[in-house]
Design a protein around this ligand. Sequence first.
Ligand code: PMP
Length: 398
Amino acid sequence: MTHPLYDRLEEELAQLAESDNLRVLPSAVFGHGYVHDVRHGDDTEGAMLNLSSNDYLSIAADRDLEARFLASLGAADEPLMSASSSRLLTGESNAYRELEALLSSLYGGRAAIVFSSGYHLNSGVLPAISDADTLIVSDKLVHASIIDGIRLSGATHKRFRHNDYGHLEHILGTYAGEYKSVIVVTESIFSMDGDRCDIGILTDMRRRYPNMMLYIDEAHGVGAYGAQGLGVVQESGLLDEVDMLVGTMGKALGSTGAYLICHDVVKRYLVNRARPFIFTTALPPVSLLWSRFVMERLAGMTDRRERLASVSARLRRGLESLGHHTPSESHIIPLIVGESRKSVELARRLREGGFYLLPIRPPTVPEGMSRIRISLTATVTDSQCDRLLECIDKGMRG
Ligand code: PMP
């Protein structure tokens, strides 16, 4: 069957292929920490070490923890596998109430509200709470879900250069007085560069601009940082000064869903106004119970956080000594190679060497900034790290 629409889509896909930016679904089986090519079944021979997941604490890959959780389930009063409707209808469950109560107590009694994912949360919160009297000022590199939220909002939007607080201060100094509310949005650990925002500078600005609120996405910080694993903001001791803190549960927590830590009125308002909260099926209780199971143990996972920090420092040092500068200050370590074609080729070589790594290309990153995003986890050993460095060295030299 032909149609002009199909022709246009085919043409665009051909152009993406031409510029090495075409995406196809991977032909891989993602096991516990390892990846197998689907054509070889789950034969561990030839398995690649998974360095492309966000399972930073190796919780999703932890068979023992998973088994202990499943054994703890017992006979449930509520259906476990599906919520069967949205939270405002019949999807609400004890599992939600208990998870939110736990989050609230961990974050010093602030309100906590759980969304189905970080994407739902970021694309829903900003449009709900902003109006025409709101200015949103975001870091240039914030995640697509935040950008979509800003696009859907009625607010005026300005961007500051990545982590350039002089530029942010200039925007605030020039425009903050013209709006009732100013929301500054950034990430604690940036998803593609692995560098950090400066929470001290941001909270200082918040003290100096009385109508400013601070919205920090900790998708890549929660679990991996902070004495109890609550993120970079906890580590900096400034939890009380961040008005809205986003944590996602699909990354270091090895689960799914996301939460917002906020003022109680914001939570009550979102229940009424955040469309991706209202108009979607609630998470299945089994996922919420697993999130709670993990959250309850997070404070006790210091050894995993320390291991992640140590292997990350080793890889960053190793790359620098090979002459590859990386912006990373965390467990997300990009190797920026420039052209998409180069990143595709290098990723292929690294996979041949036993490391499951993928090229990250536009539009996820700016044109000319294609890269291999190495995402470390707590179970990566020093010798695996050293082998990876050797493989990168060889791969980069062609
Ligand atoms: N925020 C950031 C910074 C992210 O990197 C991501 C996921 N890549 C999200 C939000 C979306 O979270 P989720 O995967 O739970 O939708």
